[in-house]
Design a protein around this ligand. Structure first.
Ligand SMILES: Nc1nc2c(ncn2[C@@H]2O[C@H](COP(=O)(O)OP(=O)(O)OP(=O)(O)O)[C@@H](O)[C@H]2O)c(=O)[nH]1
Length: 280
């Protein structure tokens, strides 16, 4: 088997850990064996025990206390420490024959958009440990409710995509809240329809709507962003509803496709057969 990893990233609270849990539950229900890799040195609770846990190497709490760093500086320190201790990572990764790893990342968005740390880790996983990697970038549907916020979300997703340089899947998380909110069916149906436009966005319509809400000084900027959305057709979003197994299954299929999961495995040698009965 090859080695595959889905790296689950996105802003704080976007539903990364919940998605990892749903993905593992679904993978197990279809007979797959996947492993959770916790890459958040400050994570506290897990539904599934991680097979690999950065906290066994270093914790944010210890770093903040011992190095007198704040949470962001401390996090960077933890990742640099991990990159300086790749023998630990090699030991951990070496435990599995059937390597399909779900990596639950921290929510500090700078790690994906600004700093080269995640991209360095990705290079190590690819080049040194022979992994194929797909990034799943989550943004909350609640956050995207407003077109101007949608623009901000697209820019952060694009920035992560450019920074990480691996196949990239944008997921609009917590779609169950849009589908079954508390404000009544008609309103919710309308909201859901609005959201669905983001799954295959019409740039011209978007720019008109955003222009109608923003100062004319920003219209050229709006146009430039829309142009990016149009040029990078990959910056569309796929809905994710963790309460719906079909939705989780569909996302897993997209990850598999991005990873070309199992596509160029060596065909298995046919088992030796006893030909005695067939011989004349
Ligand atoms: N309704 C609903 N709530 C969700 C969903 N995903 C996450 N939540 C809730 O959102 C909150 C944050 O979810 P997490 O999965 O911890 O988010 P995270 O991105 O891992 O958070 P950080 O690791 O702190 O960045 C929790 O209260 C979850 O129960 C979802 O799909 N639907």
């Amino acid at each position: 088997m090859g080695r595959y990893a889905a790296m689950v990233s996105g802003p704080a609270g976007s539903g990364k850990s919940t998605f990892c849990t749903a993905l593992i539950t679904h993978a197990q229900s279809i007979g797959r064996n996947v492993h959770l890799f916790n890459l958040d040195p400050a994570a506290e609770r897990f539904e599934y025990e991680p097979s690999i846990d950065i906290k066994e190497l270093i914790t944010l709490e210890d770093v903040m206390e011992e190095m007198r760093l704040g949470p962001n500086g401390g996090l960077i320190y933890c990742f640099e420490y991990l990159l300086d201790n790749l023998d630990w990572l090699e030991d951990q990764l070496g435990q599995f024959d059937d390597d399909y790893i779900i990596i639950d990342c921290p929510g500090q968005i700078e790690l994906y958009t600004h700093f080269p740390i995640m991209s360095r880790l990705i290079s190590v996983l690819q080049q040194q440990f022979n992994f194929r990697i797909c990034a799943c970038y989550l943004l909350e549907s609640q956050f995207m409710d407003d077109k101007t916020k949608y623009f901000a979300g697209v820019l952060s997703a694009m920035s992560a995509m450019i920074n990480l340089e691996v196949p990239h899947l944008n997921l609009m998380s917590k779609m169950d809240l849009v589908a079954k909110g508390e404000t009544g069916d008609a309103i919710q149906t309308g909201r859901r329809r609005e959201m669905e436009r983001y799954f295959d966005p019409d740039p011209l319509l978007l720019v008109d709507e955003v222009n109608s809400k923003t100062n004319p000084r920003f219209h050229a900027l709006n146009q430039a962003v829309v142009q990016l959305i149009e040029d990078f057709s990959m910056v569309s979003f796929m809905p994710l509803d963790v309460t719906d197994e079909d939705s989780v299954g569909s996302v897993l299929s997209h990850i598999d496709n991005a990873l070309q999961y199992g596509e160029d495995e060596e065909p298995k040698e046919p088992k030796d057969m006893d030909m005695g009965d067939f011989e004349e």
